[in-house]
Design a binder for this molecule. Sequence first.
Ligand SMILES: [Zn+2]
Length: 153
Amino acid sequence: MQIKSNVEYKALEHEIAVVQQGIRALEDEEIAAMERMDELQRVLQEHGRDFQVEEQQVLQDLKTLDARAANIAGEIEQGRGAREVEAAAVAPDWRARYERVFERAGDYALVGVDKNCCGGCHMQLPPSVVHDARKGLSITLCNYCGRMLYASG
Ligand SMILES: [Zn+2]
């Protein structure tokens, strides 16, 4: 390449300076990007460690909950067994009535009389019904909800 004049030399020198400036700017950007990448990798590792700690805690919690669920399932089975033993001692016709009332009421079949009101639906009971429930000679039903009533005294 031949440089014909001082003017051309100056122009070329200027062009080289501009390109070198551009190279420096790109190098600065590259350094900044590498620093940013290092920072992001550090943050990523930190979060990765946090995630592993959290993951271990959640897995431990799940094991605890699984064990608790298994215990509860066992207790439910025991309760069903105990209920069956108790229910076997009840006369079949009374048990059948109990089961029917229980199914219809959805919560309790046998409720107490509280201040002359049904313990299930809380309606005021007629005095004769309260009297029959207190005597306890036969099954007394609530006139409103049909639950079986018991009263002490
Ligand atoms: Zn009732």
